[in-house]
Structure formats: C-alpha cells, structure tokens
Write a new protein. Structure first.
Length: 327
C-alpha cells in the first residue's frame, strides 16, 4: 500500500516535471510568423519565354520559423511543398529538423493564393515552373530580414516543389526572375520530375546541388534525374544525387507507412518534354505537352522508408553543417 502511494506521488511529480519542461521548451522556441510576399502566376510557356506581361500577380503566404535562441544573421532554408499542397506534413517535419540545428525555415504556400488546396488530381492547374518564381521572391523576403544571413539561404523542395529546388539553379532563370538582393546558396531537390530537356539546362550557378531520390519511385522515376545530375557533374558543376535502394516516392514522409497508391493522382512518368522556342513539346507526339496527353497516367504510389529517411536526414544535416558553417 505504501509502495503504491509512493509510486503515485512519484508519477504525479514526474508528470508535473515533464509539463514544466514542455512549457519551457515551448517558450524558448519563437512562434511561427505569418508572412506574405508577391509572386507571379504563369503558364509554363509564359515562364520559359520570360513573358512577365502576360503573368498575373499573386500574393502568397508563408510561415517563417526561427530556431530557438537565434542570434542575428542565422541561415535559412526555403521549403517547397509538393502537389499535395500546404497541408502536407512533409515540409513541417523538415522544418523541425532544420530548426534544431540552428537554421530558420520559410514554408511557402504556393497554392492557396492561387485558389487551390492541392493539384495532384489535376497537375495542369499550376504551371510546373511557377515555384521557381515563388522561390526567388521568397529569397527577396528573407534577404531583407535583418535576422537572416543573406549569404546563407538555400532552397529545399519535395516532388513538384523539387522542380524549383533543382531548376532555380539555372543561370537563365535567375537572370529572368532572380533576386537582386541575394543568390541561393544551395539547392536540395527531393524526388522531383526531371523528364525535361530545357534550353541551357547545363548552365547553372556555382551553388551546390544535392538531389535525393528513391530507387523504386514510380511517381517520378529516378533515371531522368540521375541522367541530368550526372551531366551537370560531368560539366564541372558541384552536383550529386543520392539514391536510396528500395525507397519509393516521399520516402521521408512518415504519414504513409504502407505502400499507398494515389488512384486520383496524375503522373508524367511516361512523358518526356523537350523545350522548343519556349514551349514544352511531348517527344512522343511532337505536339505541345498537355496533362491530357496519352502518356499521362494516374495511380502513382508513395511509401515511407525509415532507413532512407534517417539516412537523408543525416546527410542533409551534415551538408548544412559544412555549407553554412554551423557550430
């Protein structure tokens, strides 16, 4: 009886202690800041041709999260969600990882301001390269914040967001849409579609490119990305791709522990698009590409892979420790 009473007392004390610790931690972490910035909504053709006159202005929202006990001049990473939209837990999970090692994060919502919650059921709702403009305008925002070091701002994107994380490295696009306040310090695309042949695609900046992909990805298969990154590396650029065996699309998303086929999701995995005069041409039909083309399929799958996720987290943290000189 005395033992039970003592156990209850200790249990209650532990509960109170844990509550105090949680409260202290919550107070030490700065709250998320809601920020807005202007961008452009463009079709792929408008983007590739640099047609700003035909674009529509849009106001986007984002969440800025600073690391605990941060000093002025902290590094930052722009996080870009995939076609599942801003409700995805994936960029939020990575924000926690990066915040813990002293990096601020900006989680961009690229869809709500354009009137959508997701676009995987109709990938044509938003141009595939729109996120590149969003990234550069977010770079403007961060570079103007005195709490952020403008020389240490990187971009990290997932699936559709990975397009911007990868192709924002191209000199051509930076000249058309880039920031006049800062240059991206690193590009980390996770399993993007790379089934493009773009004009000037091997002309990229000096910032390192670190791509991550799953060998078993059936949404955005790895071969086009491996080919592109290999060609960048062969051209003398600081570009590498890490491929995880048996890992599927969104291998770092703990919300999909089992193999989950998205029956209503579109994928361009069987398509290849070649740019000609600012238009994406379907190389099968030799006609301008459309998300209604025969090569477009539905039913790609996602699945979490703890080994791949842990390995990617370790590699990303090691990369930023070196690139951003973290202590």
């Amino acid at each position: 009886m005395e033992y039970l009473r003592l156990a209850n007392v200790l249990g209650a004390a532990l509960f109170v202690f844990l509550g105090i610790i949680a409260e202290v931690l919550a107070q030490s972490a700065p709250p998320d800041e809601d920020v807005t910035f202007s961008s452009l909504t463009m079709t792929d053709e408008q983007f590739l041709k640099g047609d700003r006159a035909g674009a529509k202005s849009v106001t986007l929202t984002a969440k800025l999260r600073l690391p605990s006990s941060s000093q002025a001049g902290v590094p930052a990473v722009i996080l870009l969600h995939g076609s599942d939209g801003p409700a995805s837990a994936l960029p939020w999970n990575w924000a926690k990882v990066l915040n813990r090692i002293g990096i601020a994060t900006l989680l961009i919502d690229s869809y709500s301001g354009r009137g959508f919650e997701e676009i995987f059921t109709d990938q044509g709702r938003v141009g595939e390269f729109n996120n590149i403009v969003d990234t550069y305008r977010a770079l403007d925002l961060l570079a103007s914040d005195p709490r952020i070091d403008p020389t240490r701002i990187a971009v990290m994107g997932f699936s559709r967001g990975g397009i911007a994380a990868l192709y924002s490295s191209m000199t051509r696009f930076e000249e058309l849409y880039g920031s006049d306040k800062a240059t991206l310090a690193a590009h980390l695309p996770f399993y993007p579609p790379c089934n493009f042949a773009l004009e000037g695609e091997l002309d990229v900046g000096t910032a390192p490119i670190r791509a991550f992909h799953g060998e078993a990805d059936v949404w955005n298969p790895v071969p086009p990305c491996r080919d592109y990154v290999d060609r960048l590396e062969a051209a003398g650029h600081d570009a590498t791709i890490t491929i995880y065996p048996a890992a599927h699309h969104a291998f770092d998303h703990p919300g999909s522990p089992s193999y989950n086929a998205k029956d209503d999701a579109q994928t361009s995995r069987k398509c290849f698009r070649r740019e000609e005069g600012g238009r994406l041409i379907n190389t099968d039909s030799e006609q301008p590409f459309s998300w209604k083309d025969a090569c477009v399929e539905i039913g790609p799958a996602v699945q979490y892979n703890s080994a791949a996720a842990d390995a990617a987290e370790k590699r990303v943290k090691e990369f930023f420790a070196r690139a951003f000189n973290l202590k």
